[in-house]
Design a protein around this ligand. Structure first.
Ligand code: FAD
Ligand code: NA7
Length: 455
């Protein structure tokens, strides 16, 4: 064992990537530091660990999960595939390109179950406060064991923050909303379309949540869906029953008034207005302060906090790439902690960060954004021994996905793609997505008869 200690906060895909990165090193026979991971929920998987709860968890903690019933992957699985653990390896035969949540959760678990990662994780334990002790160059972290209702502290030489950033709602105010008689909620608390059957829905926001919740509610029988945009409409070809409108100015009773002069009655309002990066356990000087963007400022290589190089953030970017990007970040972070990466002085790191921030600022279209994140990963992966994969092909898939959605928002999930990791061609799901009302693992794998492979 090398003589330092690493603390990881969060056992979602990012925290698990960090554990897996160290495990792969250990498997090569190389020494690794002492590692401890703390997760406030009772299981791993982060967002993919679905909960029916809203508001607070069993122990009164603000609830992390924003996922809902009937959530199917919103991008091709071939774009998020782990390079060291393919879907083929997990399921033993080809599956479709857009699996539901439970299937992706099973896949995430499959890789980590093969390791002893669980023994590094303390569940039901929340990070409460972090302090950096300059003289001993260590973090003092205060945790609460939620089950025992006990507080304790630990000391770490490096601290990895993998707590995600799609949990704390951004909840704007609109005049008159306080008198709206129907349901008003944020997407964070949306747990499925069932409760909105036969209702007239107003969704505020025009990004992934509005698009997907809108389409889900349409599919499951809402009377109508209106999406109100602030900057730009989603702009796909909507079916009858879904429409986009410019932002509302105010409510009067159950009626919303839009800036184009029209008004309409609604039964429910869902704020699809995004999330805040929130780190209540970090003091001001260690806290990443950013909006949801592709290159948060002050993170060298998108990972190392520039004001304290022993503090590492994973997965803090807005995401086209997810699981394999977290992996590349974790592999880089591991090599950095193991002393294999020469860290430039702060000013040079700042210049590198500025280069990427300027680059992302020069992009405007979705396609440019995909290219940006692809270039970011290309840069990072060269600094690691993460298995290389054809990132240009993945970028192409993302661009086809963007186009598929424009062509038909109701059937883009029926399209199939080919893995760049092992060449496996996906097969269409046995039922068109718009007709498939059951998102369970059992139902999904029914026809493929591959239940015996799941974890
Ligand atoms: P998270 O998954 O959010 O995990 C963070 C973990 O940290 C959680 O387990 C949490 O409990 C824990 N934690 C937080 N605070 C503390 C604390 N103080 N102490 C201890 N533990 C703590 N991505 C895709 O690739 N495809 C999709 O289809 C997709 N759909 C999505 C749909 C929704 C509604 C949302 C919100 C996100 C979606 N994403 C999707 C993106 C998703 O966020 C990532 O796939 C991934 O889950 C991010 O992993 P993470 O580990 O960085 O964060
Ligand atoms: P995003 O992608 O951060 O988008 C937030 C949206 O909310 C975006 O369209 C914003 O409009 C809109 N917004 C924010 N504040 C307001 C106000 N005050 N009024 C109107 N509209 C507003 O969050 P999502 O929840 O869609 O997606 C997050 C993740 O969840 C994503 O990775 C998915 O995989 C699931 P803007 O364009 O800034 O004008």
């Amino acid at each position: 064992m090398v003589n330092f200690k690493v603390g990881i906060i969060g056992a979602g895909p990012s925290g698990l990537a960090m554990l897996r990165a160290f495990e792969s090193e250990q498997k090569k026979g190389n020494p690794i530091p002492e590692i401890k991971c703390y997760e406030k929920q009772d299981n791993w998987g982060g967002m993919w660990n679905y909960t029916w709860r809203t508001g607070v968890g069993k122990y009164g903690e603000p609830l992390h999960g924003s996922m809902y019933k009937y959530l199917w992957s919103n991008g091709p699985k071939e774009c998020l595939e782990f390079a060291d653990y393919t879907f083929m390896e997990h399921f033993g035969q080809p599956i479709s390109s857009y699996p539901p949540r439970e299937v992706l959760f099973d896949y995430i678990q499959g890789r980590i179950n093969k390791s002893n990662a669980r023994s590094f994780i303390q569940f039901n334990t929340v990070a409460r406060w972090v302090e950096y002790l300059e003289d001993q160059k260590q973090f003092r972290v205060v945790f609460d064991n939620l089950v025992k209702n006990e507080t304790f502290e630990e000391y770490f030489d490096y601290l990895v923050v993998g707590t995600g950033h799609f949990s704390t709602p951004n909840m704007p105010y609109f005049e008159g909303i306080d008198q709206f008689p129907g349901t008003v909620m944020h997407a964070h608390d949306f747990r499925g379309a069932d409760q909105f059957v036969d209702q007239k829905l107003l969704l505020i926001g025009s990004s992934y949540s509005a698009e997907d919740i809108g389409v889900q509610c349409y599919k499951h029988g809402s009377k109508s869906v209106t999406i109100a945009y602030r900057t730009a409409p989603i702009g796909v070809k909507w079916p009858d029953g879904i429409q986009e409108k410019p932002l509302l100015t105010h409510f009067e009773g159950d009626r919303a008034f839009f800036s184009d002069g029209t008004h309409e009655q609604f039964d429910a309002v869902i704020m699809c207005t995004g999330y805040q990066h929130k780190f209540p356990f970090l003091p001001d000087e260690l806290r990443l302060k950013t909006n949801n963007c592709l290159y948060p400022d002050n993170l060298y290589k998108g990972v190392i906090f520039n004001d304290n190089e022993r503090l590492i953030y994973l997965g803090m970017q807005d995401q086209y790439y997810t699981f394999n990007m977290f992996d590349v970040q974790a592999w880089f972070a591991r090599d950095y902690m193991l002393g294999r990466v020469d860290l430039p002085i702060k000013e040079e790191r700042e210049a590198d960060i500025k280069k990427w921030v300027d680059y992302v600022d020069s992009t405007t279209t979705d396609v440019e954004h995909v290219d940006f994140q692809t270039d970011y990963i290309k840069d990072l992966i060269t600094l690691t021994d993460y298995p290389p994969f054809n990132l240009d092909k993945v970028a192409e898939m993302f661009k086809s996905w963007l186009n598929d959605k424009k062509v038909n928002i109701l059937n883009y999930r029926d399209q199939v793609y080919t893995s760049v990791m092992d060449g496996t061609e996906a097969v269409p799901h046995h039922t068109p997505w718009i007709e498939e009302m059951d998102d369970s693992l059992e139902r999904y794998l029914q026809q493929e008869n591959i239940m015996e492979n799941v974890s």
